[in-house]
Design a protein around this ligand. Structure first.
Ligand SMILES: Nc1ncnc2c1ncn2[C@@H]1O[C@H](COP(=O)(O)OP(=O)(O)OP(=O)(O)O)[C@@H](O)[C@H]1O
Length: 350
């Protein structure tokens, strides 16, 4: 229950492929993040999935296209655009009308207002709402039918840091009841915290899909950090096993190719005293850059004539879509161009 299967989704705007033969599966019980830079095709994909845009391919929700669902609001709740509300109706009335039009019991209105933390402002009109409050009202609308699946396009936009934490916990707890969450973002760090699984796209094409942890584990080489007063002796012992070790400026050693236990055992057998032995796992961002071959050096040089060819070191980098994603996702978070994408440092934006 709650499985989504998207197959061969394709959309062309004026000769340009916005979504290019994209296939993926979204499983229930976990949060699946839909990741890609601005313009990668996330919103278009979500519109195609819900039949709001015409294009190629098909999406099935428990085997059925969205248009054939008997009670769509009770099965799939979606928020594709913040602030898409009647400007003069109060938040409570907006939800009440939506409930009435879809045969949903009136009691659900107060339940969902409470879920999203809007009870105190339920008598206000959405046009006076901040972007973050609009996001919450959108989520309340999506939750009205108590659906088993949520599809949310950039729901963190406009939320303040507390709001983002709340959203993350809310979606995780929703998914933990066996329901399905498919949520888009162009922010890697947030996705790393929010999602269990990922679908990563660039230029409308699939770059990666699967568990976040697998993605990080596969794409990154885990390093072991060692601190010892007998560094020379340890380096010698490592060299004898053809294991590279690199001295850091702070006196520690970075060891690649062995896990923490193996380094500890090797040090023990060489009679080396250890003061620290730590496994350093890559962040999602680092893993992403490795997977795409978009090393920091490469990204730093983008736009210059002397860009080195990362494909020489990593075949994945031959994918231009992946390179573009890498380049854009490592840029510091700045307000995006669209009005619904700006995330203020504090306070929910108007
Ligand atoms: N109605 C439209 N007409 C023409 N081109 C469009 C239209 N909608 C989207 N596009 C183009 O399709 C591509 C994908 O856009 P889309 O909005 O789906 O990306 P996105 O990943 O959701 O980006 P963002 O994170 O900025 O919302 C972009 O190049 C965009 O300019």
């Amino acid at each position: 229950m709650g499985r989504i299967e998207a197959r061969n989704l394709t959309k062309t705007y004026g000769g340009k492929r916005a979504v290019d033969d994209l296939s993926f599966t979204v499983e229930p019980g976990v949060v699946t993040g839909f990741l890609g830079p601005n313009g990668a095709g996330k919103s278009t994909t979500m519109r195609l999935m819900l039949g709001l845009d015409h294009g190629g391919g098909q999406t099935r929700f428990d085997g059925q296209p969205y248009s054939r669902l008997t009670h769509p609001m009770r099965q799939v709740g979606a928020v594709l655009e913040a602030k898409a509300f009647h400007p003069t109706r109060t938040a409570r009335n907006h939800l009440a009308m939506l409930a009435a039009a879809n045969g949903i019991p009136r009691q659900r209105v107060d339940v969902v207002l409470d879920h999203v933390g809007l009870t105190d402002v339920a008598g206000r009109r959405p046009k006076t709402f901040s972007l973050g409050m609009g996001q919450r009202l959108g989520l309340a609308s999506a939750l009205l039918g108590d659906p088993h699946t949520l599809i949310l396009d950039e729901p963190a936009n406009g939320l303040d840091p507390q709001g983002i934490t709340w959203l993350r916990n809310f979606l995780k707890s929703f998914a933990s009841t066996g329901r399905t969450v498919f949520v888009s973002s162009h922010l890697l760090a947030e996705m790393g915290l929010m999602a269990d699984r990922l679908v990563v796209i660039g230029r409308g094409r699939l770059i990666a899909a699967g568990e976040v942890q697998d993605f990080v584990r596969k794409a990154s080489h885990t390093a072991v950090i060692v601190r010892t007063p007998q560094a020379d002796r340890l380096v010698e012992a490592l060299r004898a096993r053809q294991v590279p070790a690199e001295s850091q400026g702070d006196g520690s050693l970075v060891v690649n190719g062995l896990d923490q236990a193996e380094v500890g055992e090797l040090a023990f057998s060489a009679g080396v005293v250890l003061h620290e032995l730590t496994t350093r796992t890559a962040t999602l961002e680092e893993a992403f850059l490795e997977a795409t071959g978009g090393s920091e050096e490469y990204v730093a040089q983008l736009g210059q004539a002397s860009v080195q060819n990362p494909a020489a070191q990593n075949p994945a980098a031959q994918n231009p879509a992946a390179q573009e994603v890498a380049a854009q996702l490592v840029q510091p978070a700045t307000p995006a161009s669209s009005s619904s994408s700006a995330t203020p440092p504090s306070g929910e934006s108007r």
